[in-house]
Design a protein around this ligand. Sequence first.
Ligand code: ZN
Ligand code: ZN
Length: 361
Amino acid sequence: MTTSALARFQERLRVAELDAALIAAPETLPATNLRYLSGFTGSSAYLLVTPERAWLLTDGRYVEQARVESPAFEVVPQGRQVAETIAALCQEARIAKLGFEADKVPHAMYKAWRDQIPAIWRPLRRMVEDLRLVKTPEEIAAIREAAAIADDALAEVLPQAVGQSERELALALEWGMRRRGAEALAFPSIVVAGERGAWPHAQPSDRRIQPGELLILDFGAQVRGYKSDETVTVATGPVSEELRRLVDIVAEAQARGIEAARPGATAGSVDAAARSVIERAGYGAAFGHGTGHGVGLDIHEAPYAGPNPQLDVVLAPGMTLTVEPGIYLPGLGGCRLEDTLVITETGAERLTRWPKTFQVL
Ligand code: ZN
Ligand code: ZN
């Protein structure tokens, strides 16, 4: 999987007429592009990639690990001054035009490189992100596994929700995911009930979950670096007509969004399909976030299904997309329903399988 990602990246470099690209992921920078290209899972490394060759530079903690995890790369100890080591490799490989991730590298780091590495610097313009947009079957399999783990853990802990604090329930869910083989959480779980459900991304609190309120859980597992993302809203007993209606509207919006997710459609049209249901019901102002996002090595990655046309893309088989409309009413509560989808040849498949309809515990 990673070898072919590297080969596809090298092909892009060739087309862009770049001599090489420098992908930097020291501790302070996001590492998912580096991991995608190399398979390396450590916390600090640099990649120098030409259309023909590929080096991975890292420190003494990771040299042996990198040789095992990144067999397609020549592993080089980064030395005391990583820029000097990179400069020496650039000289050896006659690298002049060097691409870098201008949207990630801090200005001070770029300035230091420019002083020490003689090259013509060129921004890569999301070259790795574009490759990551369409997932391979192996990547989809990892997300599917993560989603199944998360669903199984939810089925185990949900019946005991009432009487626990939000924090206790979150912990039980997280422990359930880890016990089933999640290597990590996809992100800090959101478990909120009652009026706290009106805060779309609230932290779990010590508040006890009571019968007869809406309980929202937004959670995911991570398998081989890949994440799942799902939100479930359940009633913890009989609820008011108003809350019941809230869930029905969001469920309808979510179903329309999923229907709109198919190859050839834009991500923006998925947002429009879900959003129009909520707007028609009179709750447009209470849905203050985008309808969805891609999921992979990052929990939020392209494509983005929102009202911003600048971020819009045409969906294609192998892309992932969440559909997660919500309604949030301060003082009353909230509801969000979210599935992680993979776009197929004919439509979309839900990888997260918990039913997204009104349910009472
Ligand atoms: Zn989520
Ligand atoms: Zn999400």
